[in-house]
Design a protein around this ligand. Structure first.
Ligand code: MEV
Length: 315
């Protein structure tokens, strides 16, 4: 038996890090995807492969520890094997065009696609149930994960997300283009989130005040989105970037990229965990080419992203 699923990458438009502390965030799924194909096998083993490597988990050895970036995927697969009393094992193949470790949600999209693909071998789960499995997978490496990335990858489009109350789709009818520039500095989300937690412990009042400001900013952003006011949205992005600078997730290269992007776009900010990774710049048809050209002239790798409205696809 064979089952395939695919899920999109994401950008966080507003609210990364603060979302971990129950502040509302705004995210957008983008048109880069990971595709996962699963087949059932006779041997009690889980075999996972991608262009980044492979792992073999012998399920008859309960002591085997999975020390690999594939751990969340193996966990999801094992959970489904147990849930459906599958006697044999699984072979899982991952094909991704999402750059990994740079804040575009590659691991989260993979968790969603693995949960969609493996569950599809046994049943047709609703997206909510697949999301639940994907979050459980992510929690095997990062207990305090907000669930924002997996949620937008599952449902697609632009969403507002609150760790406590979940997500709401935003009906945004604005013709904007996002330029994504990659610093090529990879990061561990888990480590950067821990660093922010240290900042919070050492600067509790500053952090609390930033949470309040971020929360107000997100409300402002929703108004700017409803009014299709790209100028204000760009300013909102620059303001969000100031908060991200304060919590210490920026660096010299990112600041340089942002200053280049800010010259022609409506506004730019880090997206995702930071400490490297990507920045996003907000443009429209008119200034898009100039922003791309300026970033490329400064030797920064960049591309323009479209919104993915599909989210998880199973077939
Ligand atoms: C990572 O893409 C986003 C963070 O806010 C972590 C999370 O939401 O779990 C940094």
């Amino acid at each position: 038996m064979k089952s395939t699923a695919s899920a999109p990458a994401k950008v966080i438009l507003f609210g990364e890090h603060f979302v971990v502390y129950d502040i509302k965030s705004i995210l957008c799924a983008i048109d880069k995807r990971v595709k996962v194909t699963s087949t059932t096998t006779d041997e009690k083993k889980i075999f996972i492969k991608s262009s980044m490597g492979q792992i073999l988990w012998d399920l008859s050895n309960p002591k085997q520890e999975i020390k690999s970036s594939f751990k969340p995927f193996a966990h999801i697969a094992k959970k489904l094997i147990d849930e459906f009393n599958h006697e044999g094992g699984l072979e899982i193949t991952i094909n991704s065009d999402i750059p990994s470790g740079v804040g575009l949600g590659s691991s989260s999209a993979c968790c969603v696609a693995v949960a969609g693909s493996v569950s599809g071998l046994f049943t047709k789960y609703p997206k909510e149930k697949i999301l639940e499995l994907a979050i459980q997978g992510e929690q095997t490496v990062f207990e305090n994960v907000s669930g924002a990335d997996t949620t937008v990858s599952t449902f697609g489009g632009i969403i507002e997300y609150d760790k406590k109350t979940g997500y709401k789709k935003l009906d945004v009818d604005t013709d904007f283009h996002l330029i994504i520039a990659n610093s090529k500095q990879t990061h561990s989300t888990h480590k950067i989130v821990s660093k922010v937690n240290e900042f919070k412990k050492n600067n509790s009042e500053v952090f609390l005040s930033l949470c309040k400001k971020e929360s107000e900013l997100v409300e402002q952003v929703k108004k700017s989105l409803a009014k299709k006011d790209l100028q204000s949205l760009g300013e909102n992005m620059k303001t969000n970037q100031e908060y991200l600078e304060t919590i210490g997730i920026s660096n010299d290269k990112l600041r340089l990229m942002l200053s280049v992007a800010n010259k022609t776009s409506f506004g730019a900010k880090i997206t995702g965990a930071g400490g490297g990774g990507c920045i996003i710049a907000l443009t429209d048809e008119v200034n898009m080419e100039n922003t791309i050209k300026d970033l490329q002239n400064n030797n920064f790798d960049c591309f323009s992203a479209k919104i993915d409205t599909r989210g998880l696809d199973t077939f």
